[in-house]
Write a protein that binds this ligand. Structure first.
Ligand code: SF4
Length: 208
């Protein structure tokens, strides 16, 4: 079986398991809000980020408000997500650049997104895929671990995972594929003890 065939088989299996999926971050389809929430989600659960974001966006609804927020205000609003000092610093810089350079709108191009504070390829791909429909592999810990176990990637690192999966999964499928793989990583192919006996990929999985 080629890697492409295995990736297609896995994609179909994930669809069968999880059907239609949505991003765990409840941004309401707003690019700036998804960007902020993705930055906040580093080492924090989606549930916590959704709770914190509700109040945050009531007080600071857009890039302009966030860029102009008083010193300490943003920190206080996001305190419970952890690493709040560095996240606040990144968010303020990100919001300011969006206002100053991109006329208040979140850019679409990868090279532009990567100039924003706190935005790496994972966050950029999430926004490009979920908001702008441009596809993008969100190489998070689940995606990296599982696709390497399956033998779809040659190295378990973010950039290799993104580049190699980009050739195996059609652009139009990439966002949903990444959302489903997170669910699969929590339910079945967990980090410590994957439930291989329950997994329909076991006959073609390198790890198994
Ligand atoms: S067979 Fe095991 S290691 Fe391979 S994808 Fe399934 S659960 Fe993960």
């Amino acid at each position: 079986m080629t890697k492409k065939e295995k990736a297609t088989l896995f994609d179909e299996y994930l669809k069968k398991l999880y059907g239609n999926v949505e991003c765990g971050l409840d941004s309401g389809g707003d690019p700036f809000r998804l960007l902020v929430m993705a930055i906040l989600s580093a080492q924090c659960t989606d549930v916590r980020v959704n709770i914190v974001s509700k109040t945050l966006f009531e007080k600071l609804p857009d890039a302009k408000a966030m860029a102009e927020s008083k010193e300490g205000e943003l920190e206080e609003l996001i305190r419970s997500v952890g690493l709040y000092n560095s996240k606040a610093k990144n968010l303020r810089a990100c919001a300011k650049r969006i206002c100053d350079t991109y006329d208040g709108k979140v850019p679409k191009e990868m090279e532009d997104l990567l100039t924003l504070g706190g935005v790496g390829r994972k966050v950029a791909n999430l926004v490009r895929g979920d908001i702008y429909g441009l596809g993008g592999i969100v190489a998070d810990t689940h995606c990296i671990r599982i696709t390497h176990r399956l033998g779809l990637t040659t190295k378990p690192d973010p950039l290799t995972t993104e580049r190699e999966l980009d050739k195996l999964i059609p652009k139009s499928e990439q966002s949903d594929f990444c959302h489903r793989i997170v669910m699969f990583g929590r339910d079945i192919c967990t980090a410590r003890s994957p439930k291989c006996d329950k997994c329909e990929m076991q006959s073609v999985c390198k790890y198994k």
